[in-house]
Design a protein around this ligand. Structure first.
Ligand code: PLP
Length: 396
């Protein structure tokens, strides 16, 4: 029995079966590489699903977390800490420079969205307009805004009053938003749906429509934000200021964190007692996020993400079995033809690469922002062979 088999069996007995059996049992990581419990090496082109911004064991992140934990590890929200305040200031300035805002810090993406949904109720309205194919998380509130029936139906009734609009359809959005709409929630880039990118025109139209009807424009940048697409927010190229932004995933490079940013009048909606969390704004998590932000700046990772993403997209697109390539920066989605995505994931893993399927014919890559050209080029060179093995495996 291999170590992987032993640990997988123990996992099956000890963990709830929410994720199915693990594909690997991992023990160690360094940069873009991880090693499993049998010592096999993999190049990580998934980055914890768009989380490990700086890769694994980056000294800036390790140093910041270690120093903070040695100094002050946790206080309750009766008290404030310097990294908590500094992070809130930095995030507001990165997301909407010069615009008055406030942050609420929490521990995950779903929790950030839950906070945004609660805040939207304080407008006095209850209706929310969400996008088809949206993914916003698994708590009851964020699930109510997640479109996939298989995720939602076992848990209904969910918090209601949600109207669904096709992603990118300006006319449908204009028709759905009324003076009873509390908020319109949009992922500028739908990651879980397979990396669908909203056009700048759609985001600008959403801003106009929500402003006209007095609804909040809420951008879920949990997967797309914090530099992954080559700008701090994926929505930045559209040049709009949203009322709400939710962040998580890559924000602290792998340390659990979430954030709700609110701008303008929305920033003043929560009053004492309206919302809370024990761990939100934890000094270790916020120090980690500050280290991630500083390192993205000092290592020039925004421009690097664009360069590496373009290199990866054009490299893999050269194979005729790739029908479409989508995405911005190092969030890359592919649609395959004639090869099944789960078989590609398995073939890639057998060849030493971690990638992910977002659907039967859809592959996603979300490598760390620090991924180097040599790893991208090696993957592009391996790609036709991976597709061959996937097709052969399926044929056998
Ligand atoms: N929103 C988006 C756009 C996401 O991609 C995710 C996670 O994949 C979430 C929300 C939920 O975040 P979490 O898994 O941290 O609760």
């Amino acid at each position: 029995m291999t170590e992987t088999q032993k640990w997988t069996e123990r996992y099956g007995h000890a963990l709830m079966n929410t994720f199915g059996p693990p594909k690997l049992v991992l023990e160690r990581g360094q940069g873009c590489r991880v090693w499993d419990v049998d010592g096999n090496e993999y190049v990580d082109f998934l980055g914890g699903i768009a989380v490990n911004t700086l890769g694994h064991a980056h000294p800036a992140l390790v140093g910041a977390v270690t120093r903070q934990l040695e100094t002050l590890g946790h206080v309750s929200n009766f008290f404030a800490t310097k990294p908590q305040i500094e992070l809130a200031e930095r995030l507001l300035e990165l997301a909407a420079p010069g615009v008055e805002g406030r942050a609420f810090l929490c521990n995950s993406g779903a929790e950030a969205n839950e906070a945004a949904l609660k805040l939207s109720r304080l407008t006095g309205r209850t209706r929310v307009v969400a996008m088809e194919d949206a993914f916003h998380g698994r708590t009851m509130g964020s699930l109510a805004l997640t479109s996939k029936a298989a995720y939602r139906e076992p848990f209904e009734p969910l918090p209601g009053d949600v109207t669904w609009v096709p992603y990118g359809d300006v006319d449908a959005l204009a028709a759905a938003v009324t003076e009873e709409t509390a908020a319109v929630v949009i992922e500028p880039l739908q990651g879980e749906a397979g990396v669908n990118v909203a056009s700048a025109e759609f985001l600008r139209a959403a801003r106009e429509i929500t402003t006209r009807s007095g609804a909040l424009l809420w951008l879920d940048e949990i997967q797309s934000g914090m530099g992954r697409t080559g700008t701090w927010l994926a929505s930045h190229p559209a040049g709009i200021t949203p009322d709400l932004v939710t962040l998580a995933k890559g924000l602290a490079g792998g340390i659990p964190i979430g954030a709700l940013l609110a701008f303008g009048d929305a920033a003043g909606l929560f009053a004492p007692g309206n919302h809370g969390t024990t761990f939100g704004g934890n000094p270790v998590a916020t120090a980690a996020a500050l280290a991630v932000i500083d390192t993205i700046g000092s290592e020039g990772l925004l421009a690097h993400a664009v360069e590496m993403g373009d290199r990866l997209r054009s490299g893999v697109a050269a194979d005729a079995r790739v029908a479409e390539v989508r995405g911005t920066g190092v969030l890359v989605g592919l649609t395959l033809t004639g090869v099944e995505a789960p078989a590609v994931v398995a073939a890639a893993q057998a060849a030493g690469w971690i990638v992910n399927a977002t659907g039967p014919d859809r592959i996603r890559f979300a490598p760390p922002l620090v991924v180097g050209p040599e790893d991208v080029d090696a993957f592009v060179a391996a790609w036709p062979g991976i597709l061959d093995s996937a097709a052969e495996g399926a044929a056998r």
